[in-house]
Design a protein around this ligand. Structure first.
Ligand code: ZN
Length: 250
């Protein structure tokens, strides 16, 4: 989970239609006595508007087309859907509220279901004070909550063991990159001219760039990768080495 930000501008379609759509849903709840009792066809027809592309486009862009909870991409964790942080089945008045929408993969959305975050809070990556470092750490491919609310989030979104597999694949990718970097550093000591040394430093720098690409917010599971990479002694010493060498050159 990484910190996310929604565009400040609420989509125009919500400005124009939110009240009308919400009123219609609330009328149906009144008519049938409860949200649950609304016939499926009528419910689907009343709710379909939040899937309008004028809403989904900016929403999905805000999470780099990834799931806001698990950071999975559609091809890994299923299509991204519009999730209601406060479930619409309980908070009907929030069914068309911009701040209540989260991009979520099918797996996280299904796991979260009708969980009432008003009673039992979970983390919202769009919250202004959300900082993943405070809440999450990893033990190999195991996501661990450092706070009660993080532990609850892992439980509610079903993240306990589901991410072992994608995380393990990323560990493998990183091990290969890390080994290349390690070998490139060893090679540096053998370079006997300034020119050869500079060429080798360039190789090390490219190797670091390749590793750091995994940490970009646009990449899947970027928080996991950031944690893994910034805890790698090879990576950290390579960064330090480059800093020292370039300072020496300049
Ligand atoms: Zn997910």
């Amino acid at each position: 989970m990484i910190k996310l930000e929604k565009p400040i501008d609420i989509p125009q379609i919500l400005i124009d239609k939110q009240k009308e759509w919400t009123d219609h849903l609330l009328q149906l709840v009144n008519k049938y006595g409860s949200y649950k009792s609304i016939p499926k066809d009528e419910k689907d027809s009343a709710l379909k508007y939040y899937r309008h592309k004028d809403i989904t486009e900016p929403l999905f862009n805000s999470s780099y087309e990834k799931c806001a909870f698990c950071e999975g991409m559609p091809k890994d964790s299923g299509n991204i859907e519009v999730e209601h942080f406060y479930p619409k089945s309980i908070y009907h008045d929030k069914a068309f509220e911009w701040l209540n929408f989260l991009p979520s993969c099918r797996k996280c959305n299904d796991a979260k279901g009708n969980h009432d975050v008003g009673c039992e809070p979970i983390l919202n990556p769009y919250d202004s004070d959300f900082d993943p470092i405070i809440h999450f750490e990893f033990n190999l491919a195991r996501l661990k909550g450092k706070t009660d609310i993080a532990k609850n989030t892992i439980e509610v979104c079903g993240l306990k063991s589901r991410l072992y597999d994608p995380y393990s694949k990323l560990i493998k990718v990183f091990c290969e990159y890390e080994q290349d970097l390690d070998e490139a550093i060893e090679e540096l000591a053998k370079k006997d001219t300034e020119r050869k040394k500079l060429n080798q430093l360039r190789k090390i720098s490219e190797s670091i760039d390749r590793i750091e690409y995994l940490m970009k917010p646009t990449e899947k599971y970027s928080y996991f990768c950031t944690f893994m990479i910034t805890n790698s002694s090879v990576y950290l010493s390579a960064k330090e080495l480059l800093k020292e060498e370039y300072e020496e050159v300049s």
